[in-house]
Ligand binder design. Structure first.
Ligand code: NCD
Length: 341
């Protein structure tokens, strides 16, 4: 049994999608169903993590991911501390280890870490007793983004078929064709999504100019790689667009952003090439007019805003599984049924 086959509750941290495998991803999706239901209540808050402390430790710009984790922790009634490494003693030369040890000495149950260097959250996990969640490490991984993407796809497919999500489980992903389009080279979202979707049985096709592919695709479980978006669109169930990461130097790999947009941007004309049922996704923030046209972002088949709202419920599920699993199952269920005061 590889670690990926173990239930997620057996793990202390969430560092990579490979920690989870299909069993762990399915578990997160099941728990997320409960939190999506909580989100619909007039007071979308439960006391499940009362008395626990969650710290967001971000060494890179972020708005939505940090907000999403903090909203998730608060809706579970945890105390939330927010640490921005840009505006702190890191600027005064404190090492990551010192920062982490200082923060955890304040009594912390979970650390949500975003860092520009690949592997930084893994390192943090070796230093602390707290649970560590990778909120994006360099170009490497962004596991909660992949979990919310899988959840959003499953939700859209099951709503369409009128079948209860639990009755379908991960079968909804079997043979699903997903094109991941754009700046794969600089994207931690792409790697985590490819690992998660393929673990669930989907066929993933990367679509990008050769210069925006990673130097090696070894270990990427892909069904195809293409540089011709128009040729692929007619065959997909999901078109997942990635942001052109100009701050990571993507511009150096392209003749011009305009040329990129004309070959790889999902315009209304291109969206019309997709089968009628096919879905459009983007992790945000979107460069409108580059990887996605304004009018396409607003089509009914676009799941962009649903991805954002499901992000909170998925992160609640992750924190609950990591921190709440010490609670007996019957007690955990009771906690979800209660509304926090
Ligand atoms: C993604 C990220 O930071 O990797 N965004 C996010 O988590 N909100 C994708 C991106 O920045 O393009």
């Amino acid at each position: 049994m590889t670690s990926g086959d173990a239930p997620f509750g057996a793990h202390r941290h969430l560092l990579s999608i490979t920690d989870l495998g299909a069993v762990g991803i399915a578990e997160v999706m099941r728990v997320t169903d409960a939190f999506v239901e909580v989100a619909r209540r007039p007071i979308p808050k439960v006391p499940a993590l009362r008395g626990r402390t969650v710290v967001t430790l971000f060494a890179e710009e972020s708005t939505r991911t940090r907000l999403s984790f903090e909203a998730a922790a608060r809706r579970l009634s945890a105390d939330v501390l927010s640490f921005s490494m840009d505006h702190s003693s890191v600027k005064k030369g404190e090492s990551l280890r010192d920062t982490v040890e200082t923060v955890t000495a304040m009594g912390v149950d979970a650390l949500v870490v975003r860092h520009p260097e690949a592997g930084a959250p893994h390192q943090v996990a070796r230093w602390v007793d707290a649970a560590v969640v990778n909120a994006g490490d360099g170009w490497h991984e962004h596991p909660t983004q992949a979990l919310l993407d899988c959840y959003t796809i499953r939700q859209a497919l099951t709503e369409r078929s009128g079948i209860e999500p639990d009755a379908v489980g991960i079968a909804a992903f079997d043979g699903l064709r997903v094109a991941v389009v754009g700046d794969i080279r600089h994207s931690r979202v792409a790697r985590s999504d490819v690992l998660a979707l393929s673990a669930l049985g989907a066929e993933v096709i990367l679509v990008a100019p050769g210069s925006l592919l990673p130097t090696s695709l070894q270990g990427w479980p892909l069904s195809a790689v293409s540089n011709d978006l128009d040729a692929v669109l007619g065959t997909v169930d999901v078109c997942y667009l990635l942001r052109l990461q100009l701050e990571r130097g993507a511009g150096k790999f392209l003749p011009s952003v305009r040329e990129y947009a004309s070959s790889y941007g999902l315009t209304a004309r291109r969206a019309a090439l997709m089968p009628e049922h096919a879905l459009i996704m983007h992790p945000g923030p979107m460069n409108r007019g580059v990887e996605i046209a304004d009018e396409v972002a607003h089509l009914p088949r676009s799941l962009v805003l649903r991805q954002v709202s499901n992000g909170v419920a998925v992160r609640m599920a992750v924190l609950f599984i990591l921190l709440g699993s010490a609670t007996a199952p019957s007690e955990a269920e009771a906690l979800l049924d209660m509304t926090a005061e």
